[in-house]
Ligand binder design. Structure first.
Ligand code: FMN
Length: 239
């Protein structure tokens, strides 16, 4: 039994194939604190049954008026290989990004927000580095790419808000099974080419991708120190 005030992830569709992943039993607080971006995956595969369980759990995420205004394309195998080729070609050609949902220009953001952008900092005090291009083209070796898309007819801001809730739920459901995820904007930056690869997404805008696989726990990329702003810097109590 979980302790009072904690919750255990439900497993509504039965256990995964033996020994493929551990039973999800992490408490929510631990899951939120220990989830981290995985930027190197092992070659170990994840079955469609396990991905199904993760998505089946995550679909209980909240959304505006319960609209559930999202769609996930779970990509692996040949189609994932085609994505990797496409992305490598785009990078080599120096193609301009054409995302369906506008990317923020970091340099335009307020200075105090820019100061928080520390990801992939190899050691305390070292300068932050952008994601490496080879890592991007191979999706850090992930076994699955989950592509999140929203209907073109929706108000994009709200649909993206809802999709973000679904995305974090996916990441936590995966993490509770000791699987790794990396939320990634980069895979959707060449939207026209991605739509050619995924014609099933016609009429939808690609919002974000999540790389999913078994984390390579030996990789330094997965041991990068994580930082957060102090609570006082992001929250104000009005009493
Ligand atoms: C909307 C969004 C887009 C992101 N895009 C990328 C990306 O393209 N490549 C990448 O390596 N990480 C990406 N990340 C991961 C963030 O860099 C990461 O969540 C952040 O640095 C905090 O680190 P943590 O997830 O390990 O706690 C993205 C995260 C979000 C929420």
């Amino acid at each position: 039994m979980p302790a009072m005030g904690t919750m255990v992830f439900a497993n509504p569709t039965g256990p995964p194939p033996a020994a493929e992943t551990k039973e999800p039993e992490m408490d929510v607080s631990e899951a939120i604190r220990t989830r981290r971006s995985t930027r190197e995956f092992t070659a170990q595969t994840i079955s469609r049954a396990v991905v199904t369980q993760i998505l089946d759990e995550a679909r209980w995420a909240p959304s505006w008026a319960n609209a559930q205004d999202w769609h996930v394309f779970a990509v692996t195998g040949e189609r994932l290989g085609a994505y990797k080729t496409m992305m490598a070609d785009m990078i080599d050609a120096g193609a301009d990004p054409d995302p369906d949902v506008r990317f923020p220009q970091r340099g335009d953001w307020p200075e105090y927000i820019q100061e928080r952008m520390t990801y992939r900092r190899p050691s305390p005090g070292a300068p932050a580095a952008p994601p490496q291009r080879p890592g991007l083209a191979r999706l850090y070796g992930a076994q699955w790419m989950l592509l999140f898309a929203v209907d073109e007819g929706l108000v994009t801001e709200y649909a993206c808000f809802d999709t973000g809730l679904l995305v974090q739920s996916v990441c936590l459901a995966a993490h509770s099974r000791d699987l790794g995820t990396c939320i990634m904007a980069m895979p959707v930056r060449h939207a026209a080419a991605l739509h050619e690869l995924v014609p099933e997404a016609a009429g939808r805008r690609f919002v974000i991708a999540v790389a999913l696989g078994h984390p390579d726990t030996d990789s330094p990329l997965n041991r990068v120190e994580r930082e957060r702003a102090q609570l006082a810097d992001i929250a104000t109590f009005l009493e």
